[in-house]
Design a protein around this ligand. Structure first.
Ligand code: SF4
Length: 77
């Protein structure tokens, strides 16, 4: 389970985030490309935009459920 105390610093404020467990597998960026991107310097993903419609919300949720190391969190705010 993702740890809200351990977020990657690039995450934009809001409910979805990626924490430091990310192994840079690319799944979230493929699943929700409007919301997740890669830090090329650090080699991990982060949320650069929170979902703004139902489709993006569903894609973020799918990414969260599919992440192999449970590095994506939803703090529900
Ligand atoms: S799906 Fe999980 S492990 Fe893979 S890049 Fe995204 S946050 Fe990282």
């Amino acid at each position: 389970m993702a740890d809200p105390e351990d977020k990657n610093e690039e995450n934009i404020a809001g409910k979805f985030y990626v924490d430091t467990q990310c192994i840079d597998c690319d799944l979230c960026r493929e699943t929700a490309p409007n919301n997740f991107t890669r830090s090329d310097d650090e080699g991990y993903s982060y949320v650069y935009k929170q979902p703004e419609n139902d489709e993006e919300e569903a894609q973020c949720r799918e990414a969260m459920e599919g992440c192999p190391v449970e590095a994506i969190g939803d703090d529900g705010e």
